[in-house]
Design a binder for this molecule. Structure first.
Ligand code: NG1
Ligand code: ZN
Length: 489
């Protein structure tokens, strides 16, 4: 390890793998191909490599490894990924041997690696670089490599799409005036899948697709991140009052809902997902005696946490940012609902709903919900259908969903610092442990505002420190975020 630690850490395996300008990623991709092959040999199972930069601009790209059960790889393997990505060419062989020795990997074991990519122009050659890495270790073995998919692992399966569609068809029909849903495809993968789904669901749901990739640029003036950050609708979507609209992100694993009221005011329903499926599940699990929990991050609005704990009376857990952390925490419960405030997430069912249970009706309903959910890491289309199903079953309009609680005004800022790694955090990133004095400074600023909360953490996907603040008024939240930014700087 000593030899590894001396290597300068230019890129680290962050919240969602490596992510930066696509021009800097060739060697990282090749090395992730090597590492995925080793991981596959170690686990004797298929490993996924996903080439995407999600909601980042089209010029960026990234790569993340997907472990045997569709989860992110373990911290030890993230460490190997960082080491390999930063090793000079001449040290590469030694670095690889080190992983092989540490993990006692049998190189005779066959490997199976799935490589998938999003629709970015750079994804084509970068995914090829991953495949080259796989080939470098597996050139002797025939058929051990499954070649690149066009879309994400999640969506590439036609059967998966059919399962979602047929489960959705079990939902009682909604009234005609509630059937329309405007979907912003962010000019990415989500658009392709919505297009496919549109025809199968014509009777149940009238999907109108915008930003379908035919002319616009990926995530440009559209997509989940744009809508959330800009607090306005995407380009090309004309919303009538009260009409349900949603946007997915570039790799379609994140979705946000929104609408305009009759006064033309824009309402974003971010962070509502974790309350939403949850409202549905207790009804469906009536009598099934399952332990249900909701997992959030520190970015969850304080009102949603209070609503879940005080009104819904469910267990709420808080983890570090990034679905890999939420996913692990959610696995500890029979049903774990997890969503980041920005729309990534899903629902996990760790106990078989059919086992030892005589209350068949509830079990059957629950099974149908299970089929509607993609449990691996969540995806925008299945989350969208789940939300549509819940709204239909509960007879709720988007406005009524918005009204289940009122968000505390909040503000998120990015601060550029010389070295963001000097900020160390604890308690699911809600408090800082370094540099000295920073947490005390934040505490005293928070104390000057009402119903206030603020925290800072280094981003895992951008070279910035993120500042979050919420308080009783927007002015107060803005002021607090600004004051805390100055304390960080
Ligand atoms: P970082 O850059 O570590 O804050 C961002 C998002 C995460 C997640 C990842 C991966 C926020 C505050 N952070 O992580 O929730 O989406 O990107 O895509 O939204
Ligand atoms: Zn994404």
């Amino acid at each position: 390890m000593a030899q590894f630690e001396e290597v300068s850490q230019k890129s680290a395996y962050g919240t969602a793998g490596f992510r930066t300008n696509s021009k800097q990623l060739d060697h990282v991709m090749f090395r992730m191909g090597l590492l995925a092959t080793l991981r596959s040999k170690k686990t004797k199972a298929t490993i996924g490599v996903m080439v995407t930069a999600s909601h980042n601009p089209e010029e960026d790209n990234g790569v993340k490894l997907v472990d045997t059960m569709g989860e992110m790889v373990t911290p030890a393997w993230e460490g190997y990924a960082t080491q390999l990505a930063n090793t000079e060419q001449e040290g590469l062989l030694t670095a690889l041997k080190d992983v092989i020795d540490r993990e006692a990997i049998s190189m005779a074991q066959e490997a199976s690696v799935f490589v998938s990519k999003d629709t970015r122009p750079s994804s084509e050659s970068l995914s090829q670089a991953v495949l080259d890495g796989v080939h470098a270790l597996e050139s002797h073995s025939k058929g051990a490599l499954t070649l690149g998919f066009n879309y994400t692992l999640i969506f590439d399966c036609w059967f998966e799409l059919q399962k979602l569609v047929s489960s959705y068809k079990q939902v009682p029909n909604r009234t005609d005036d509630q059937k329309a849903l405007l979907v912003d495809g962010a000019n990415g993968i989500g658009a392709l899948k919505v297009c496919e789904m549109e025809t199968y669901l014509k009777k149940e749901l009238q999907l109108s697709l915008f930003n379908d990739g035919s002319s616009g640029k990926l995530n440009h003036l559209c997509g989940a991140d744009y809508v959330k950050v800009q607090q306005k609708g995407p380009i090309g979507v004309e919303m009538s009052a009260g009409e349900r609209c949603c946007s997915c992100d570039g790799d379609a694993d994140r979705i946000v809902y929104y609408y305009c009221d009759s006064a033309g005011r824009f309402h974003l329903l971010d962070g509502r997902q974790d309350c939403h499926p949850h409202q549905h599940i207790p009804q469906r699990t009536a009598g099934l005696d399952l332990q249900i929990a909701v997992v959030q991050t520190a970015y969850a609005n304080g009102s949603s946490t209070r609503y879940l704990e005080d009104t819904m009376k469910v267990i709420v857990r808080c983890t570090e940012t990034g679905v890999k952390h939420l996913h692990h925490a959610a696995q500890e419960f029979d049903i774990g609902v997890y969503f980041e405030a920005n729309g990534h997430g899903t629902v996990l069912f760790t106990r078989d709903s059919n086992t030892n249970d005589k209350r068949e009706n509830a079990a059957l309903l629950l099974q149908n919900t299970v089929n509607l959910i993609n449990q691996t890491v969540g995806d925008a289309i299945s989350d969208m259908l789940l939300i549509e199903a819940v709204l239909t079953i509960r007879g709720m309009t988007v406005k009524q969903w918005d009204a289940i609680y009122t968000d505390l005004p909040n503000r998120q800022l990015k601060v550029k610092v010389a070295d963001r790694s000097v900020i160390g955090t604890t308690n699911a990133e809600r408090r800082t442990v370094s540099p000295a004095g920073l947490q005390e400074a934040i505490d005293s600023l928070v104390n000057k505002h009402r119903q206030a909360r603020s925290f800072v953490r280094p981003s895992g996907t951008e070279d910035v420190v993120r500042v979050y603040a919420e308080a009783d008024t927007q002015e107060s939240a803005d002021a607090l975020a600004h004051e805390v930014s100055l304390a960080v700087y």
